[in-house]
Design a protein around this ligand. Sequence first.
Ligand code: PEP
Ligand code: MN
Length: 368
Amino acid sequence: MIVILKPDADKKSTAYRRLSDYLAQLPNIKCRVHEEVGTQQTLTEIYLVGDTSTLDRKEIEAFEVVDRVVRVSREYRVLGRHKDDTRAGGFEYNGVTFSQDNFHVFAGLCAVSTREHVEQMCRALKAHGQVCTRMGAYKPRTNPYAFQGHGKNCLPYVFELAGKYGIKVVAMEITHDAHIAEISEALERAGNPTGVMLQIGTRNTQNFELLKSAGRQRRFPILLKRGFGITLEESLNAAEYLASEGNRNVIFCLRGMKTNMGDPHRNLVDFAHVPVVKRLTHMPVCIDPSHSVGSRAAAPDGIPDLFHVTAQGVIAGANMVLVDFHPEPAKALVDGPQALTLEELPWFLEDVKLVRDTYERRRKLVKS
Ligand code: PEP
Ligand code: MN
């Protein structure tokens, strides 16, 4: 059960104490308080864990500080969308709002190769009005002898250049909790010219200790990839790990499933699950067409599969697209064959806009 307090509820007030005294005497119920400090207001939610079936919702709602009470109807307590649950989802980070109602493109380098490539990428994004990107510093590789990413050595110039070109959010994968501190320190040293969204990749979706570490910090939002060989429910539970530790600024990313049924694509595209994740949870949903398709192959219509697949996710209401670009794909150190070129960036953005506009029009059809 979730007890949602009125905005800016004062924890020192008698009204608040009355409620907490009442909750404290409930048998076999533990309370967990979650506070979300926003620029406009502070929202407090109290999670009642234990045998809540006999609790009277109306009785709790009668307390002066309580706005409303939601009965948990899914196992994803924090991120789940429960019955009669009208809580607004979404969050703001470094001036950018993420929610199930809006849309962002994160085009960028799968792996940082050189300073020059980062600069070319950021410059192109700025020229096309983009304020988000992806930049891989820590790369989880199948082969231990393959390039593992430049790690913390590239962070100073990645952050400096992101700031120089007005990038507000850089999606960056972490594979170890130590990377969170490295990113924090590098941002501080650079004077916080940009922001970072921590990405947890498909190979780490169920790395519970990494999830707990990422969930315990509240500084950075988190992009969690769906595990490539587990059920959707298992991946959503992984997202709930982040939220249960305190960080609910989580975006869920579909990136295709590992099965040769998807051949010749790298993975079997699973973007039909965009509306499903939106129905089951409050999380904004991202799609990653690059790691789903894995190549630049095009259909006879001249449109790359990457574009077609992106369109499938966007027309179904995806809120974010994470996509690999590279100024010189032949020189990319990771995943060059699936990278789009900077010359293709305006085409991609225009194609995506067409589809997003169509999705918005589809939504209006529902209301009329
Ligand atoms: C990536 O986005 O660079 C990546 C490694 O993706 P995934 O975890 O989905 O394979
Ligand atoms: Mn990659």
